[in-house]
Structures are given as C-alpha cells and as structure tokens.
Design a protein around this ligand. Structure first.
Ligand SMILES: Cc1ncc(COP(=O)(O)O)c(C=O)c1O
Length: 391
C-alpha cells in the first residue's frame, strides 16, 4: 500500500487538529494588537480583553444550553475543572458514584479523597460490549446518602455516549449532584445542562470545541454555586481589598491572570462549531465511523475494542492486533503511512483492564476536519500491518 505524503491526523480524541483559521487569527491578533489583562486596567485594551472573554462565556453558554454566561468559569483544561468540582464539593463522609469508564482526571482525584479517608466511591460496571451497565449505576445510586454522581459524557476509550440525560433526571429526582466530564462531549454531541439536569459540566477547549490547549472550564449550576469552594485563592483583578475571594460568579473561581488569548480564540472555535451545528458535526462523524467499522469488523487479524456497532457512539475506533503491542502498531502507522494515532490505555485504565486489554488499544479518533477517505486509508493501513504481522 502506498503512503500518502500528507499527515493523516487521527488523534482528535487527544486534541483536535488542525484548528479553524478564525481560531489562529484570534490568538495571533490578541498577542499582536491587544495584549492586556482583563479587569486589571481602565484603559481600552484591558476593557476589550474583558469583553472578548465574556463573549466566549456567551458562546459556550449557547453551546451547552446554560441560562447565564457568568456560570461559565474558565480553567486551564478539563482536568482542572474536574478537580475544582470534586475537591470543591466533597466533604468528610460523602459518598460518590462513578463508572469504570472514567478518565484519570476523575479517577485520581476521587481515589485521592478516598485514600485520605474523606469519601467513599462506588464504581458502576462496563458491560462486555463496552457500554455502561446503566442498571448497575442506577442500583448504586440507590445507596443512601449519595451526594455526587460523576460520569463522563462520552468515553474517550470507545466513543460510547453515556445516557447523561437519564442519569441527570434520576439525580434531580433524588437530590443528588450530577457532574459530567464533558471533555469528549462538548462540541461533539448535543448537550443542554438545564434540560439534561447537569449541575456541573467540565469542558476542555482544545478538543471538540476547537480552541487551543490551555483552555477549559466548568459550568456551575444553581444547585451547587453556593456550596462549591474555589480550587485556588488569589488575585481577581477587582475587589482586591477583600481578604477572601469575591462571592460572585465567575470571579470566585478564577484566581490569577487568565489565558486571555486562549479564551478569546476558544470563542472563535465555539462559534465555528455552532455555525456548523453540533448535530451536523455528529452526523458527519457518524458516516466516517460507520465506514471504518464496516471495513474492520470482519478482519480476522484485528479485534475491535468495545462496541462492534455504531449505535450511541461517536467516531472513536479502538483496535487491538492480538499478540502485538499497541504502541508498536501506532509507531508503524506513523513511520509507514504518516498516520497519527494514539496507543495505550488513554488515561482510562479501568475499562481496558475490565475488557481484558490492560495494554490498551490503538485508537483512531476522527475530528470534524476528517473525511471518509481518511477512514478508508486508515483502515487499509491497519489491515496491511495486521496481515503482515500474521505472515
Ligand atoms: C474523557 C476525558 N476526560 C478528561 C480529559 C482531560 O482533558 P484535559 O487533558 O484537557 O484536561 C480527557 C482528555 O483526554 C478526556 O478524554
């Protein structure tokens, strides 16, 4: 098989690439022509920065169905937002329900609190086909005094979409706080925090929202705004005479100079997604997913990890070549075919362990910029490598 000269980038689950030109332009424009910190000066560029950052809050609110842009708190990524939510809500004696599909940015903060004797964590299983065992999750939520449920919106290991709207409804009925890890969800699949009863939604700017790395945030719903404690204490620009963080959203949770160019560029990324529409983006990627699965499903030297069908999934296709190390396969994909894919357990160790692949997988993750031809090329390349290894 002949290699393409250009890079075929299929690691959009890690970070999307390339970025829309509007995003790059906004970043560069800020650095060249604006440069000031928001809320820290009464001169025009400082005011412009503040306005532009607030516009990004508005675009994100629109994307996720929030009623008030001030509920969007910026962080440097989803990891920081998840830490803010988990450490900011949980107290001694609290019980938490989560799933075996989670990313380490949920697993590790929870385990840290459990090891310190502060909380107790209950883990919902994954079924044999890589979907959430929703019955088990609902059963765990019946445990008396569960305070928080944390689930991913879309599993980064398999692309499986969790029924977060169903979990949210149950949480509302039972007065449980619901935190969703939206790192793989926002901009990829429709979500509406109010209709889906999500109290906190963590997002990262550099994946499906098409911003740059170093941006992310937390949607803080009404139910939690008074109980959530900040993760950081420090300067907020205004109200510098107060001995503590100002008790207003979003300032209370945004200590320190923000990543202004990143946040402004993220605003452009989110507008780009809204213009395309999340539904259309999902449909485009569904077409790619179906083709990829069709091409790989019956290959005898390739094992699909997780679901074998394209139901309730997004365009993430993890595979294993039995007897081979996924990292070696990913290296061959790059060296021979200029294809960028990620290998390993993708910071989600539990599901790989549970489904019998602790070494992880080779993960093809498609973005909005990918095409059906990219999927056909990638499928041909992995089939080629798998068949050669079996000779
Ligand atoms: C499901 C999930 N949660 C959280 C994260 C963490 O995102 P970030 O590294 O941007 O903080 C990722 C990143 O890969 C992810 O896929």
């Amino acid at each position: 098989m002949k290699s393409r000269d250009k890079i075929t980038y299929l690691d959009n689950g890690a970070t999307t690439f390339p970025k829309p030109p509007e995003v790059i332009k906004a970043y560069a424009d800020f650095c060249k022509n604006i440069g000031a910190s928001p809320g820290r000066g009464s001169y025009e560029p400082a005011e412009i920065t503040e306005q532009k950052i607030n516009h990004t809050r508005e675009y994100i609110s629109k994307l996720i169905g929030a009623d008030d842009p001030q509920r969007i708190v910026f962080t440097k990524n989803a990891t920081e937002a998840l830490n803010m939510a988990i450490f900011g809500i949980l107290q001694k004696g609290d019980k938490v329900v989560t799933t075996r599909m989670e990313h380490n940015s949920v697993i590790r903060p929870l385990l840290e609190l459990e090891r310190s004797g502060i909380i107790e964590v209950f883990w919902a299983n994954v079924t044999d086909n890589g979907r959430l065992d929703i019955e088990h999750l609902l059963e765990l939520m019946e445990i008396p005094d569960v305070k928080l449920v944390v689930t991913t919106g879309i599993a980064n290991s398999t692309g499986v979409i969790l029924p977060f709207w169903q979990i949210g409804e149950y949480c509302r009925e039972n007065d449980i706080i619901y935190l969703v890890d939206g790192a793989q969800l926002c901009g990829v699949y429709p979500v509406n925090v109010l209709e889906d009863n999500i109290d906190m939604l963590a997002f990262t700017g550099h994946k499906g929202m098409y911003g740059v790395p170093g941006t992310g945030g937390l949607y803080v719903g009404k139910k939690v705004e008074k109980m959530l404690k900040p993760l950081l204490w420090g300067g907020t620009g205004g109200q510098g005479d107060l001995p503590s963080m100002p008790d207003v959203l979003p300032t209370k949770f945004e200590a320190g100079t923000p990543n202004s160019p990143g946040i402004i560029a993220l605003g452009e990324g989110v507008q780009w997604v809204i213009r395309k529409s999340v539904e259309a983006i999902h449909q485009h990627k569904q077409n790619i997913l179906s083709i990829m699965l069709e091409l790989l499903r019956d290959e005898k030297n390739i094992k699909l990890f997780g679901p074998k069908d394209d139901m309730d999934r997004t365009a993430i296709v993890p595979v294993v070549i039995p007897g081979s190390n996924p990292k070696d396969i990913a290296k061959s994909m790059w060296n021979r075919y200029n294809i960028a894919v990620r290998a390993g357990c993708h910071c989600a160790p539990h599901i790989h362990f549970d489904l019998g692949e602790p070494q992880g997988t080779v993960r093809f993750s498609f973005g909005t910029m990918n095409t059906v031809e990219d999927a056909e090329y990638a499928a041909e390349a992995i089939i080629d490598i798998a068949n050669e290894l079996k000779k």
